[in-house]
Design a protein around this ligand. Sequence first.
Ligand SMILES: CC(=O)N[C@H]1[C@@H](OP(=O)(O)O)O[C@H](CO)[C@@H](O)[C@@H]1O
Ligand SMILES: [Mg+2]
Length: 551
Amino acid sequence: MPPSSLRVVYAFAREMHPKTSDVFIEYGTAGFRTKANLLEHVVYRMGLLAVIRSRVKNGRTIGMMITASHNLEPDNGVKLVDPDGEMLEESWESIATTLANVSDNDLEKTVQEIIATEKADMALKASVFIGMDTRYTSPRLAAAAANGVIALKGTPKEFGIVTTPMLHFFVKCRNDNTYGTPTEEGYYEKIVGAFKNIRKRLPARGDYNPRLYVDGANGVGGKKLKAIKKNLTELELELFNLGGVGEKLNLGCGADHVKVTQSPPKGITHPPFQRVASVDGDGDRIVYYYLDEQQKMYLLDGDRIATLIASYIQELLQACNATDISLGIVQTAYANGASTKYIQETLKVPVEFVKTGVKHLHHAAKTYDIGVYFEANGHGTVLYSDKAKKTINRISQEGDPTERKAAQLFLDFIDLTNETVGDAISDLFIVEAILCARGWSAVQWMELYDDLPCRQLKVTVKDRSVIKTTDAERICSEPEELQLKINELVAKYTNGRSFARPSGTEDIVRVYAEAETRQQADLLAAEVAQAVFDLAGGAGTRPELPAAPEL
Ligand SMILES: CC(=O)N[C@H]1[C@@H](OP(=O)(O)O)O[C@H](CO)[C@@H](O)[C@@H]1O
Ligand SMILES: [Mg+2]
């Protein structure tokens, strides 16, 4: 005889959130992500799973975020957040995938199996925090999530429209009240409060201009900055793409558009050399740029933000005389080679490469006393170990006056950081605080090193899983002849580097190339795209080479 709560699950699922599609769906790099109309049963079932996970974690709160981040409006998605505010533990991804794909008839049995295998004590209380982005399909999906939680007698708490990193922050705070207060106000108090404290210590100086233009991607990030702006005198925010009537989420704007197309977002005009920040649809990524008088664009992406932050942390560590604190940077294969060279040769900080996906970066960053991680696309943060926090705290009280002052500033920087996950709003304030501390314009920031021109392309193939990679995705292990061909192509170019990997969020293969000149990078990317098409089962039209290449 099944427990009565499971009978409720079964009845509810059938009636309210039936499985209407047989398309296989996988918990990928960023949870489940697909067309919104295929997701209702998936989200409901994730509500069930979140309750089980909460009970496995002794009733600690689990998060559920309804978002498809930088994808276009018709898509949506769901991801789970673990009790410490981090991404769902990797071993549970396959459990999530199984649960999402079973038939309605097998749902009850599968739920029981998960409960038994994971030894969830179903008598415990369970708490699930639910957040959503601004998509018109999100409220319906958030309701399905809450229904799933209620079906297994968990307690859902809905936060409405929040950024993904805010939800991560709330979950962390709920489970660890030393981190902050699990409310939107608590978030502003900690992050924006820390920025205000820093600016009290560091008034604007030199070439730093407190005016910042922001492209809000027509999503939640811009909306939250609008709320923050009401009580912010330290920064003059000019906000664009706030999702007004007829403005579509991420369409021609947002961090992903700016990074991938290397062109400015629509809907925003600004004077030359004006610093512009562009956030993505769910507010967890940020890139900066400016245009010169000829409208040439200078992109300050995740690599630039990582190097800016790491170099400043180095300065603070020196000023505090905290010599036993290790600092490391984590990057992926998409990091511009020039940034890696700068980190190794100028900053002399260890740099580590991991597979694409924030969970991999986050995990690696934890192995340092202070770990800075960023994807080139602008997703990243800084992780401070207990040792680092305790040391800086001690210096702030016991150091000599100069050390104490530096350590106090450092403590504000730690508070300014959302350590749970990359956060566009937190990162924006970190960048602004550092530029202000140094009296720098965006041009001075840009002068730290010269990027190698790079290009990203997408190739459609019949089955992207035929491509297997190794060495943090920089080498293609299958099909074997593909890597040989890439080596051959790369060898033709000065400072050439290229790789191909199957995307974890889209049904495509991504190609990345960089080389000494723009034409060479574009040509190398196109040649590698052709090689992928030819050797890995291309579908549709074969990629073309750019016109009039110049070698
Ligand atoms: C090249 C690139 O930007 N890839 C993105 C993208 O993953 P893919 O597996 O490449 O589709 O989406 C991920 C989730 O948002 C993000 O972590 C990652 O950096
Ligand atoms: Mg995002």
